[in-house]
Design a protein around this ligand. Structure first.
Ligand code: AP5
Ligand code: ZN
Length: 214
């Protein structure tokens, strides 16, 4: 099964993708994570995108398509979860072409609907584990009081430089200008499924399971 998780920043794409990796043996392809990894390891590309990402703008199609192309070669038994990709129409075209070349297809595009007000709270309260990537939220899923990640025991709680109100505003504008047109595009193709992203993490999990035919 190959799916796209689509939704504005903070919709819960990463949270749900991690669950699908654990339960369905799928591979998560998050272009945001790949770009952050490139920064952390100090590659030329990583240095080039750092300022753009901190500001909340999209990096070039060419860079992210290259990253996805590379990861698709590795294959995945349980299928791929595209998380944060595609974000523009050229990226959607490139994905269709890449999947076609490999004899694969998209099974569903899942739009996680949330309202903008909720996103500010989601983003400004987010932290992640520096060791395993588990996603936390100051109110809804707090970092354990003993200071250790509930998933791996790690002690590094991280916050993203783009998780502030200014960058979020830019990220939202980029989303509505460049990414949201994809929703109509996938709807017209008959691939679109929508769910209420404001429901609890467990409930969203269930909705996705239902869409995937559990
Ligand atoms: P990226 O890393 O993709 O960030 P994003 O799209 O802004 O998405 P987020 O990771 O912020 O949110 P999410 O939906 O995964 O939410 P999460 O599960 O963490 O991209 C970052 C940057 O990289 C871009 O701005 C761009 O510069 C660049 N980039 C990446 N891909 C690109 C591309 N294809 N093209 C061009 N540029 C690209 O949840 C958020 C918070 O809410 C967490 O604290 C979580 O615990 C909480 N939460 C989650 N679900 C629930 C729930 N149901 N109820 C209550 N709380 C919840
Ligand atoms: Zn951890």
């Amino acid at each position: 099964t190959n799916i796209i998780l689509m939704g504005p920043p903070g919709a819960g794409k990463g949270t749900q993708a991690r669950h699908l990796v654990e339960t369905r043996n799928m591979v998560q392809l998050s272009t945001g994570d790949m770009l952050r990894d490139a920064q952390a390891s100090g590659t030329e590309m990583g240095k080039k995108v750092a300022a753009i990402m901190a500001e909340g703008k999209l990096v070039t199609d060419q860079i992210v398509i290259g990253l996805i192309r590379e990861k698709l070669q590795d294959g995945s038994e349980g299928g791929f979860i595209f998380d944060g990709f595609p974000r523009t129409l050229p990226q959607a075209d490139a994905l269709e072409k890449l999947l076609g070349e490999m004899g694969m297809k998209l099974d569903a595009v899942i739009e996680m609907q949330v309202d903008d007000e909720a996103l500010v709270a989601r983003i400004t309260g987010r932290s992640t584990c520096g060791d395993c990537g588990e996603v936390y939220h100051d109110q809804t899923k707090p970092w354990p009081a003993d200071g250790k990640c509930a998933n791996c025991g790690g002690t590094t709680q991280k916050r993203r430089p783009d998780d502030n109100e200014d960058s979020l505003k830019t990220r939202l504008m980029e989303y509505y200008k460049k990414t949201s047109p994809l929703i109509g595009y996938y709807w017209a193709k008959g691939d679109l499924q929508r769910l209420d992203g404001l429901a609890s993490i467990d409930e969203v999990q269930k909705s996705i399971g239902w869409i995937l035919g559990d």
